[in-house]
Design a protein around this ligand. Structure first.
Ligand code: 9MR
Length: 763
């Protein structure tokens, strides 16, 4: 949404547009297009006089699953504005992008302004749509007076004053629309980005001013009371606790889950959680989103109708802070693929009655807050329609994938290592990352698989771990490979195939197939890209194929040609750091025992410029993994308040090497800055963890003793990675790791490396 200031700035341009097109007046979208062309208005940007009225609406497409809506600005609903028709054509719910927030509804104490909000309500009533309320209590877009003493603005409001203001605000706003709002975001963004409830360091004053009113030992009372006031003001609306970042971060998800669980058990009237879903096309993965929804769905055991809502969905085309890029068709296709995966999860979860609504944060790309966030003036394209209100590939991918022109070709790394094919699955597979064949091209649910690949000079190895609970004659897998771009090869197996090159093993929830595909004549080199796809077929009863799920070509034309396959990118040897037995003293001095240890370098650039870099060594003994990082970093900086933006090293450990998309109970991340400040993520054993640091002539040294949850044994292989953060003047300017190039180790161990514990003679 554009902030109101921006709309004023654009008014002149909007009038210009009216004169040119002669059809529609002010629209933030089209005005923005004009703004981007200078004095010479380009024809292509101004010829759009209409949206597509002959394509399916999102609302109709998803009517059996969830309502689908968008955030709006009041002027978009003016009948003179094309958006007013477009929005009601495509969507069946709206939410105020800004005009129902506190700075809009109560700019000065007890002076309420409802014109804009009333306009939204009238629009929904006239068009048979739902209205979401966003939001009642938030630390942002709240006027300063709210937290100030009545007589002296330099003093904070007292607890009682702040509570009475909250109550008054909620009574007036939620009370005015009682019975007319489907769901209210009662509190917004109350979980901190680092730990627990947001407080003053996260710019929220509610917790410190109100604190623990009922003396139960928790200072979440402002949240509890906000819900109580909201229920009194509007007994019918679903009362939602809304936040961002829980889709990928299990830390934030767990904090929210624990808060809601405790409050539900206490009888606080929370009806659901809002997942904002401000995501990027790079992450989180569909599996992480699904895990997140299913975690919150377990709260139904306390409150059977507990609802999960997707409240502010958009999908940036950028990975973090990367600079402006041209929006190519390939980017559109990559985004479409990810949108398709997410909406498949949403549908699946709607069938389980876990989610009830999906709200987009903007009706089209011309109307997105991401044009200015997190990088000012970096134009983004995160929504389903383009800047001229035309359907993007992302729209078609979630409405009718057969109409997407082209398919994004995903790439996965395939490490070099020889694998044995046999009656049991080779243990080496556990050291490799997986990807999913879970795009249904036939049917809606049935069998999907997690895939791993490896190669050596002679063969390509594929392991498919298939989840399929219905046994049928035609259950099986097709693999498609085009090594040179000129010939499609197809390899098929059923769930009972057993040959020298294909072995199948039955499992309780499906089956596993190991393939050894000879290169015959093809010489693999590091960096080569093999076109590859895989299809998982499920048959039930009569032997017909009831569902097929693929990895890449969702147009399902694998047999015809390889132009829509993904790529296996042949990589260097699989990374496994051999770790000897030895016990160093953790004091920042490099004992001679470290001379025994093998070392690796953090050479993989994750983010920014290659700055600080480390040589990493590991040792183990019984219940500890020891890590030594010798960091080269010429200027040491810890000025940022965020631990991860300070000069620091991180160690990631996945003890059972399950490489899950979401942190499991054994996954830990330990971070230590150059002055030995520790920070944690995952189920870390803070009491047993030890670390020490020392600065050196050209950087610093970090020693860590990471407690193992299961004592180590010789030959055990665990997931492990090390990362160095380079802070410069308060910002993280470079990140290097040993293995994982995604920078997402804080959320998933899927792409980290490995360590193998070696036995010392006699041990
Ligand atoms: O879209 C809103 C934008 O116009 C405002 O400038 C911004 C100010 O904080 O708020 C935007 O909406 C936010 C929403 O209310 C809560 N979740 C994050 C959204 C994007 O910032």
């Amino acid at each position: 949404m554009f902030i109101r200031k921006k709309n004023f700035r654009l008014m002149g341009l909007a009038i210009t547009f009216f004169m040119i097109s002669g059809i529609y007046t002010s629209s933030p979208c089209i005005a923005t297009e004009l703004n981007s062309s200078t004095s010479n208005v380009k024809v292509g940007e101004t010829q759009v006089k209409d949206f597509q009225r002959d394509i399916p609406s999102l609302a109709a497409t998803y009517k059996d699953y969830f309502t689908i809506g968008t955030a709006v600005l009041p002027n978009q609903l003016d009948s003179s504005n094309i958006q007013s028709e477009f929005i009601k054509y495509q969507y069946n719910e709206i939410v105020a992008g800004n005009c129902m927030k506190m700075d809009a509804t109560e700019p000065t104490e007890n002076n309420f302004k409802f014109d804009d909000a009333d306009k939204l309500l009238a629009y929904t009533q006239a068009n048979n749509m739902k209205l979401r309320g966003h939001n009642l209590i938030w630390h942002s877009q709240v006027p300063a007076w709210f937290f100030q003493d009545k007589n002296d603005a330099s003093k904070p409001a007292s607890r009682d004053l702040l509570l009475s203001r909250m109550k008054n605000h909620i009574q007036n706003v939620a009370g005015r629309y009682a019975g007319k709002i489907d769901s209210w975001d009662v509190v917004n963004e109350v979980i901190s980005d680092s730990n627990g409830l947001r407080d003053d360091s996260g710019n929220s004053k509610y917790k410190s001013i109100i604190g623990d009113v009922d003396g139960d030992g928790f200072d979440s009372d402002y949240i509890e009371l906000a819900f109580k006031y909201a229920r009194e003001a509007d007994p019918k609306a679903k009362l939602i606790i809304n936040d961002y970042g829980m889709e990928g971060s299990t830390r934030k998800r767990d904090d929210m889950y624990n808060l809601i669980k405790r409050l539900l058990e206490k009888g606080v009237p929370i009806d659901g959680v809002g997942l904002q879903m401000h995501v990027s096309m790079y992450s989180p993965s569909a599996q992480q989103v699904k895990d997140c929804i299913e975690k919150f769905a377990t709260l139904k055991s306390i409150k059977p109708n507990f609802d999960i809502q997707v409240t502010e969905a958009d999908m940036s085309i950028y990975n973090g802070n990367e600079p402006t890029k041209e929006v190519t068709n390939d980017i559109y296709l990559q985004q479409a693929t990810q949108y398709k995966k997410l909406f498949e999860v949403f549908k699946e979860e709607a069938v389980k009655k876990n989610i009830s609504t999906v709200m987009m944060w903007g009706e089209a790309d011309c109307d997105t807050w991401l044009d200015d966030f997190p990088v000012k003036d970096r134009k983004d394209a995160p929504l389903l329609f383009d800047r001229n209100l035309q359907a993007k590939p992302a729209y078609w991918a979630i409405v009718d994938p057969s109409k997407v022109k082209g398919v994004f070709r995903q790439s996965v790394n395939t490490p070099k290592t020889t694998i044995a094919i046999g009656a049991a699955v080779d243990a080496k597979w556990s050291t490799l990352s997986s990807f999913d064949a879970d795009n249904y091209v036939v049917g809606k649910n049935g069998a999907i698989a997690s895939i791993k690949t490896a190669y050596d000079n002679d063969n390509l190895y594929v392991l498919a771990d298939v989840k399929d609970s219905t046994v049928g004659d035609k259950d099986g897998i097709d693999i498609f490979v085009d090594k040179t771009g000129s010939k499609v090869e197809k390899y098929s197996a059923t769930r009972t195939t057993n040959t020298d090159t294909i072995k199948t093993i039955d499992k309780a929830d499906g089956y596993q197939v190991q393939f050894k595909i000879p290169f015959s004549g093809f010489t693999p080199v590091v960096g080569a890209k093999l076109a590859f796809d895989i299809k998982i077929n499920d048959s039930v009863g009569n032997g017909e194929i009831a569902s097929s799920a693929v990895w890449n070509d969702f147009s399902n034309k694998q047999d015809a040609d390889s132009s829509k396959y993904g790529y296996l990118v042949l990589d260097a040897d699989n990374k496994i750091l051999e770790t000897k037995y030895g016990i160093p003293t953790i004091d920042g001095n490099i004992d001679s025992v470290w001379d025994l240890a093998s070392s690796v370098e953090t050479n993989v650039l994750v983010e920014g410029k290659a700055g600080a870099k480390a040589t990493v060594k590991t040792l183990w003994a019984d219940s500890y993994l020891y890590v030594l990082c010798q960091v080269k970093d010429s200027v040491l900086d810890k000025t940022s308040k965020d631990d991860y933006q300070q000069d620091s090293v991180e160690a990631f450990l996945d003890e059972n090497n399950s490489r899950g998309e979401t942190y499991d109970a054994d996954d830990v991340q330990y971070r230590v800055n150059y002055e030995n400040k520790q920070s944690f993520n995952g189920k870390c054993d803070k009491a047993k963890f030890k670390s020490a640091t020392k600065t050196t002539a050209d950087g610093y040294v970090v020693e860590m003793a990471i407690p193992l949850k299961t004592p180590g044994v010789a030959n055990k292989v665990m997931g492990f990675d090390a990362q160095v953060n380079d802070g410069t003047a308060g910002k993280r300017t470079g990140v290097l790791s040993w293995c994982d190039k995604t920078g997402k180790g804080y959320a998933t161990m899927a792409k980290i490396g490995n360590i193998k514990l070696l036995a010392l003679a006699g041990k």
